[in-house]
Design a protein around this ligand. Structure first.
Ligand code: MG
Length: 330
């Protein structure tokens, strides 16, 4: 018998989150899940209706009826992982301090030179930019940053904006030296094997949200992307790892820009993946706490520059806060 308890929360972004998501506060829920034998674990459910998820209330209604969404399936899987560490009274975040994360910048037009200098001092070397809103302005900014801060590498995420135009325009605008600083472009436009194949000759691509659209049988030889984004909060991690192995892809484990509980889970999985595939795991994207105004969970995360050093407690940590949280039985 499995029992669910939840606690609703809101995250308030400091700025617009992507070309698709805006800057309104976002609803999510923490979960305390109890299995038989007093196995208890914690998880996060943070839907992105912009990307087709059912909003939180609907997710909860469905769960009450015993219908488990794909997101909730991951929440349960991660909570179970957490529960096992808690049972053994050990932290699950043992090697996260050795995993470097990129700096996600949803709205970089708000970022000053001084702040960027500071990020560099903290040890960040990769900037992940959400692009596709204003190509001219974005290109100007990237060109400027490459000139002034040549140590940064870029990951650009178009979140599959509806046509290929913004991506093509950006490619046309950026100088060759700037293009060399781009590690990859993520979801440049909606997935289409032939079109992605064509542009992959110009720029390395990464596959994230467009994963579900890929017809794997259609791929002859190498796929049009070199990197696979793995979000433990959304994806079947094992299946993604198998695909990455089969197609010789490298991978990046990222948070779903969710609650610190979600970030902790992403980092825990990144730690496990690193142990298994140290050479295939690229710099990750598990830390996105700076995107939202902090809450009491954020304050429990011991972060040193691009690395999560520790969160006190067992499993994903936060033991004291989970004790204080008001849980509602489902
Ligand atoms: Mg993405």
């Amino acid at each position: 018998m499995i029992k669910f308890f939840y606690h609703k929360y809101q995250l308030v972004p400091k700025f617009a989150l992507s070309a698709v998501a805006k800057d309104l506060s976002r609803d999510g829920a923490l979960f305390k899940i109890q299995w038989s034998g007093d196995l208890i674990g914690y998880g996060d459910l943070f839907p992105w209706p912009e990307f087709g998820d059912d909003p939180l209330e609907r997710q909860l209604e469905q769960l009450k009826k015993g219908r488990i969404s794909r997101l909730m399936e991951q929440t349960i899987w991660l909570a179970k992982k957490d529960a096992q560490f808690r049972k053994d009274k050990v932290s699950g975040l043992v090697n996260t301090a050795t995993i470097k994360n990129h700096l996600v910048i949803p709205d970089f037009t708000k970022l000053s030179d001084v702040i960027l200098q500071d990020y560099k001092k903290q040890g960040f070397t990769t900037l992940k930019l959400k692009v596709g809103r204003d190509i001219d302005q974005e290109c100007k900014w990237i060109e400027k940053i490459v000139r002034k801060h040549p140590y940064f590498t870029f990951r650009l995420d178009f979140n599959a904006v509806p046509d290929s135009n913004p991506f093509q325009r950006m490619l046309g605008r950026l100088s060759p030296s700037v293009k060399n600083r781009i590690e990859y472009v993520e979801d440049p436009f909606p997935y289409d094997y032939k079109n992605w194949m064509e542009v992959s000759k110009l720029m390395p691509l990464a596959l994230d949200f467009e994963f579900d659209k890929v017809d794997w049988d259609e791929i002859k030889g190498s796929p049009p992307f070199k990197v696979l984004i793995i979000k433990p909060a959304r994806n079947d991690v094992q299946r993604h790892l198998e695909i990455a192995q089969k197609y010789k892809l490298r991978f990046v484990v990222t948070s779903s820009m969710d609650h610190p509980v979600g970030m902790a889970h992403a980092m825990l999985v990144a730690g496990e993946v690193k142990k298994l595939y140290p050479a295939k795991l690229l710099e990750c994207g598990g830390l996105s706490q700076h995107v939202y105004w902090p809450n009491e969970f954020t304050k429990e995360m011991v972060i040193k520059g691009p690395c999560l050093v520790q969160i006190k407690g067992h499993g994903i940590g936060f033991d004291e806060l989970f004790k204080k949280t008001e849980w509602v039985a489902l």
